[in-house]
Design a protein around this ligand. Sequence first.
Ligand code: PEP
Length: 249
Amino acid sequence: MPKLFAGNWKLYLTDEASVALARAYGEAARETGAEAVAAPSFTALVRVAAALAGTEVALGAQDVYWEDAGAHTGEVSPAALSALGVRYVIVGHSERRAMGETDEAVARKAAAVLAHGMTPIVCVGETEEEKDADRREEVVRSQLRAALDGLHPTSERPVIVAYEPRWAIGTGVPCEPEEAAAVHRLIRRELEVLVGEGTASVRVLYGGSVDPSNVGGFLARPEIDGVLVGGASADAGKAKAMMAMAAEA
Ligand code: PEP
């Protein structure tokens, strides 16, 4: 499988800037041949979808709710995302977990995304305190179990896991590729228990302060199937440089 470049644009851009970046992603994907995902803010999805039409870049969303309709003020349904052409949805991002999102909510979101024919990008990762307390394996394992229990991914219903250590997100201090690769091996072993044969269809990405200067180290690891990039993905030049490396890896 080719290595995936997924850009999480967080809350960095206006709608106008998102459209311009989407055009740059489309061009970069065409020039480099990279497989790429762009996840803008909800408000920019319609215009970014139009800007990405006819390109190889898939549309992503940064979050979702699990119900299709009802009294859920402020939420966005999986049905609405799917109708806009969204193909990937980030769930359980650490910035949402830090605001109180539970493992149970992440599991419901992942299941709802799959049920609507989209691919969840399930984020897992430990905090700095958990790492220092030697609890990384336990935390990653339990987040993975909670999110994937009962999902049964297959090549027709793929799931993506992103290992994103919280202490590496937005800090400029990435995990060492060697260390990330060890966690990816742990995730693979856990996937074998959780989803058996479906494991082959699950891509495991690394995320956390990835940029053009360090992405090569992650992409070179066979355990790492691609990258989920925040800050640096909102810069057209950096995104293109990382796509070129992903396509070559
Ligand atoms: C992210 O938001 O998923 C992320 C990895 O952020 P950053 O690349 O900015 O650390």
